[in-house]
Design a protein. Structure first.
Length: 450
């Protein structure tokens, strides 16, 4: 615990939804929900306007639509959010070498380690300056909590939402925590909270009064002792700079269970390709290929294969994932598939595939002539709601929806007035997918074509 509130916690406000509102002028001030739009989709983020209807993250999308039928429902654009997150993390890195990202929109910063603050006044000034810099750089707001520990700083940022700053002076932690629900403490989820409620403990002060021995009896030595310390307001966890990734993975949940074995294998191969692209993008290779299969009854199977050395070869990863699939019973249907690579390294075993393909006994094998690929049938283009497009005549816009061979686009940009809506055939040659436009810094200030 510190004598000065020099641990900062930043939490961007309704990040995904706020980024979409900033990018799409017609959605500003309106309920926006970002997440999977299929029957099994869940809410990733809801704007504050949508939260007034009871919509929240991790809620089934079907329930969200019932609560807020007139909200805008958009598919996530993770590359876009990641680019904004990198801008925010760069600003945090200017404050201190000790920045601990928790997600794309959340991080701890040790202000003392970077010389950015050493008392309450300097910590508050730094926090306010950070909020101004984030707004100027990204066009988005973030909430800041300042305290003498990570736990209290995170609680402070939650109280600061939306678009605020709360500083909690060291020494006032127990007074602050006492009347709050036990669920506010790290590690107290629904199950632990219910267990404590049955024991008559609903507030943090109840935990402090129960004593360490009672909490250990209820929850076990490690969890009970840790919870008692937190109930006293004590948290000595340091801010730890970003660690190297331990694995890279991708997964998809399907709207309808997959039964066709050929289709399942095709999806696994597609996921393997995506996983390798992400692996290469991070500058890594890996030794262990992991396949994840969630079946129709929600049971989840994980299979893995460790190679002789690290690789980022898509052929090696794809074939390893396919071999793993052969050992999995998919009878009854599959609702989720995932492919991952762990055992990461920053180099590649170049001859891994050649070693794997080398025949035993030193016998030369003549390679067969490659068959000419059959021409592929044209595939109808898919337009995801919320994704960026550009039209030869009308310029930049985003997809409002599509179906029955048509796509509806609203033409507007981050710096424009709300734009007009037009509808096209899904295969209109003048309409194409586009990269997201920056939220701030466009010098032309061009408005959408009316």
């Amino acid at each position: 615990m510190r004598a000065a509130p020099t641990i900062l916690h930043l939490d961007m406000d309704a990040f995904f939804a706020a980024a979409e509102q900033a990018a799409k002028p017609s959605l500003r001030g309106k309920p926006v929900v970002v997440g999977g739009l299929g029957p099994r989709g869940v809410v990733a983020t809801a704007s504050y306007e949508a939260r007034r209807f009871g919509v929240h993250s991790a809620m089934p999308m079907g329930q969200a639509r019932r609560l807020a039928p007139n909200a805008a429902y958009l598919v996530p654009r993770f590359a876009f959010y990641r680019a904004i997150s990198e801008q925010v993390m760069e600003l945090l890195g200017r404050l201190s070498p000790l920045v601990e990202p928790l997600s794309l929109d959340e991080a701890f910063v040790d202000l003392e380690a970077g010389g950015a603050a050493d008392d309450s006044a300097s910590a508050r000034a730094t926090g306010e300056r950070l909020r101004r810099d984030i707004l100027a750089t990204t066009g988005l707001s973030g909430s800041v909590g300042l305290a003498g520990s990570k736990m209290i700083a995170k609680i402070a940022s939650e109280e600061a939402k939306p678009d605020g700053l709360v500083l909690i002076e060291p020494g006032t932690e127990r007074e602050l925590l006492g009347p709050k629900s036990v669920r506010i403490l790290p590690g107290v989820g629904p199950a632990t909270g219910e267990h404590l409620r049955r024991a008559g403990m609903t507030t943090v002060s109840d935990l402090a009064e129960a004593g360490e021995d009672e909490l250990v009896r209820l929850l076990g030595r490690s969890h009970g002792a840790s919870l008692y310390r937190m109930a006293q307001g004590y948290d000595d966890r340091p801010v730890v700079a970003e660690r190297d990734a331990k694995s890279v993975s991708v997964e998809d949940t399907f709207d309808v269970d997959l039964h066709d074995r050929v289709r399942i294998r095709t999806e696994v191969e597609r996921l393997a390709e995506r996983c390798v692209r992400r692996l290469r993008g991070s500058g890594h290779s890996g030794r262990t290929i992991v396949l994840k299969v969630r079946r129709f009854d929600f049971s989840t199977l994980t299979r893995s294969e460790t190679l002789r050395g690290p690789t980022d070869d898509p052929v090696v990863v794809r074939e390893a994932a396919a071999r793993l699939l052969e050992a999995v019973d998919t009878t009854g249907g599959v609702r989720l598939l995932g492919v991952g690579v762990s055992g990461l390294a920053d180099y590649t075993q170049e001859d891994l595939f050649a070693q794997a393909a080398e025949p035993s006994g030193g016998v030369e094998v003549e390679a067969p002539e490659p068959e000419a690929p059959e021409p592929e049938a044209p595939v109808e283009r898919r337009w995801a709601p919320g994704h960026d497009v550009r039209h030869v005549v009308y310029g930049a816009g985003w997809v409002q929806g599509s179906g029955v061979g048509r796509v509806t686009v609203r033409f507007e940009e981050p710096g424009s007035a709300p734009g007009r809506v037009r509808t096209f055939l899904v295969d209109d040659p003048e309409l194409e997918a586009a990269e997201p436009l920056p939220l701030v810094g466009r010098a032309d200030g061009a408005a959408a074509v009316a």
